[in-house]
Design a protein around this ligand. Structure first.
Ligand code: MTE
Ligand code: MO
Length: 364
């Protein structure tokens, strides 16, 4: 596949459509809380640009700033300006809205377009940077601002022969002033090219497209902003959804086993099943496991180490009743009471899968 990313393909990554790469869940088996940067998933609409940190500028403009600076004459900050502002480090989960898309195939007749992700288009990292709110205030934010739209410096996105311009999607001012970070470090190191060097957004809990990489221009507007990424894509289209599509903000609840797809497990011994669950709504309250329909659901043991809105690790002991093919299922309940169901709410573009995944294993 043509490479969208510049980092070498780690054995813990698996490429999907157009060189996008997802994490292999088995690569996290018994591993630490955060995902090593080398095996953190990459989702690019085009490909990773190589930017120069010394000439790079964050350029803020629009009617939500004092004096309405224009796109051609914006308020500018260089890399050193940002690193000189008060820094903050957060552990946050980043997930593609299409994560789990391939599992829609088993529950709806028509295939969904887009990257056919398994469950690996998700990761947790330690991000260091400056709050977007701090930068907005330095830029002269006024009380009139309603939307903030960061724009990536990667090549224009062309699809179906139409140039849709740079990747960009508005964030409502309330979220922009809450916990959004302009990150320049990932897992204690300079942000790598594939993850947005020199600076990217990290929008905790929200769909991955909100976290614009390689950010350059930022429009701050006193009127609502639109782009194809909040009108044409990243909306819930299809039966059961509004005619113009339901607007998407936060991610949904999911669980994954830290096992290869079709893992081989030894017969006659107890195995410790490991996995993780997460939700864009906040912490995970409960995880249940089902290894056999006759036995029903039983609680998994949650790891005491919990970092709020990122993921929760868990274990469950299982003694396979005998050799053969078995199906493992995990379902989580988050702090709002949202729980994974057997079927996710279908939608035309295959977003926000929150169904229970049937993970096949062979016991021999
Ligand atoms: N930002 C820009 N500029 N261009 C992109 O293609 N992809 C988005 C988002 N930010 C994208 C972007 C999508 S769809 C996701 S899921 C995340 O970045 C992926 O971030 P990662 O590649 O660091 O894992
Ligand atoms: Mo995404």
């Amino acid at each position: 596949p043509d490479a969208a990313m510049v980092k070498p393909l780690d054995p813990g990554l698996l490429t999907r459509l157009d060189g996008n790469a997802e994490m292999r869940w088995e690569a996290m088996s018994g591993q630490g809380y955060v995902v090593p940067t080398d095996r953190f998933f990459v989702r690019n609409h085009t490909h990773t640009p190589r930017l120069d940190r010394d000439t790079w500028r964050l350029r803020l403009f629009g009617s939500g700033l004092r004096g309405t600076p224009t796109r051609d004459d914006p308020v500018e900050f260089g890399y050193d300006d940002l690193t000189a502002m008060p820094a903050e480090e957060v552990t946050a989960l980043l997930e593609c809205a299409g994560n789990g898309r391939r599992f829609f195939a088993s529950q709806q007749d028509q295939p969904t377009p887009g990257v056919p992700w398994g469950l690996g288009a998700v990761g947790v990292a330690r991000w260091r940077g400056v709050r977007l709110s701090t930068v907005l205030r330095h830029a002269g934010l006024t009380g009139a601002a309603v939307d903030v739209m960061p724009e990536g410096l990667d090549p224009d996105y062309v699809t179906g022969g139409v140039n849709l311009g740079r990747v960009r999607r508005p964030i409502p001012i309330a979220k922009a002033l809450d916990d959004v970070l302009l990150a320049y470090e990932m897992n204690g190191r300079t942000l790598p090219a594939d993850h947005g060097f020199p600076v990217r957004l990290v929008v905790p809990g929200w769909i991955g497209i909100s976290s614009i990489k390689w950010v350059g221009p930022v429009e701050v507007s006193a009127t609502a902003l639109f782009s194809p990424w909040n009108t044409q894509f990243y909306r819930m289209f299809g039966p059961g959804h509004p005619a113009d599509g339901g607007l998407m903000t936060t991610q949904v609840v999911k669980s994954a086993f830290e096992l290869p797809w079709g893992a081989r497990l030894p017969a006659g011994v107890e195995v410790v099943l490991r996995g993780r669950s997460w939700s864009g709504n906040g912490p995970i309250r409960m995880v249940e496991i089902c290894t056999d329909d006759r036995d029903g659901w039983r609680p998994a043991t949650l790891d005491p180490h919990d970092e709020g809105c990122a993921w929760r690790r868990w274990t469950a002991v299982w003694r396979p009743p005998g050799p053969g093919r078995w199906t493992l299922r995990a379902r989580a309940t988050d702090v709002t009471g949202a729980v994974q169901l057997e079927q996710a709410a279908p939608n035309a573009l295959g977003y926000l899968f929150d169904g229970i995944v049937r993970h096949p294993v062979t016991v021999a």
